[in-house]
Design a protein around this ligand. Structure first.
Ligand code: ADP
Ligand code: AMP
Length: 234
């Protein structure tokens, strides 16, 4: 199917959900299908850590402990990325916002951008909440493996690599994320419930929330997210 790039009703599509809900998996599919850039703040931060930048140094200890990195470290980086022309009409955000303060920053950013470039770009974001049961989250995160070179994500139970331990695409050795250890997963779930889950109500109250059942296989969840997104695209 050809990519559709015209979006009429959202300045950003936010994938919300607990760690391991499948936000990254869905965001990659949707980005490719609709020709919309996908920004994962977690991936951007991990890239900074790998390159040993100042931002990476400031973020790495917090990420290893499952804590949120300070807002100020994210805003400039996101604002810079979202003013690139490919993000002009829409962007898929995965892992941002993670708090009410971040959601308010995004609202302000989208309004200011629309006002400053006199475009008719939509300014309201739409959030898709992917609901997944806790036992399923724990199972998915325990089995998550990723390729440090190309970012492809695998799962021991659901999406195993063809040759044990090696990426199907570039044969790089697969890695376990340092924050996917059991104690850090519990910490991340606590942070999600305290800081991020209130966003569901924030967007619901503004009529900007859609919810989907993320407990089912990737293809079924994909069909549901696609149905939700068709309502956003022209
Ligand atoms: P998130 O970005 O929300 O943290 P990921 O997309 O990285 O989640 O998915 C977490 C793990 O679960 C990965 O190993 C991925 O392959 C797997 N996964 C994602 N969606 C599903 C699904 N619907 N069913 C089973 N496993 C899934
Ligand atoms: P993720 O890849 O989305 O699971 O994010 C991994 C980690 O990166 C999180 O546990 C946080 O430490 C950090 N992080 C990612 N996005 C944000 C955000 N929007 N706000 C604060 N910290 C973030």
């Amino acid at each position: 199917m050809p990519a559709r790039t015209k979006v009429v009703a959202a300045g950003a599509i936010i994938l919300l959900g607990p760690p391991g809900a499948g936000k990254g998996t869905q965001a990659k599919h949707l980005g490719a299908k609709y020709g919309v850039p996908h920004i994962s703040t977690g991936d951007v931060l991990r890239n900074h850590i790998e390159r040993g930048t100042e931002l990476g140094l400031q973020a790495s200890g917090l990420m290893r402990r499952g804590l949120l990195v300070p807002d100020e470290l994210l805003y400039d980086m996101l604002a810079e990325r979202m003013t690139h022309p490919d993000c002009a009409s829409c962007v898929i955000l995965d892992g941002f916002p993670r708090s009410i303060a971040q959601a308010e920053w995004l609202d302000r950013f989208l309004s200011m951008r629309a006002a400053s470039d006199f475009s008719s770009a939509p300014i309201e974001p739409v959030a898709i909440l992917i609901n997944v049961k806790q036992e399923e989250i724990l199972h998915r995160l325990a089995g998550r493996r990723s390729c440090p070179t190309c970012g492809q994500v695998y799962n021991l139970s659901y999406r195993p690599e063809r040759t044990k331990g090696l990426c199907d695409f570039d044969r790089t050795e697969l890695a376990v994320r340092p924050d996917d250890s059991e104690d850090v997963i519990h910490q991340r779930l606590k942070v999600y419930e305290k800081n991020t889950l209130p966003l569901a109500e924030y967007y619901r109250a503004k009529g900007q929330l859609m919810e989907i059942d993320g407990n089912r296989p990737v293809g079924r969840v994909m069909a549901e997210t696609t149905r939700a997104i068709r309502r956003i695209f022209a």
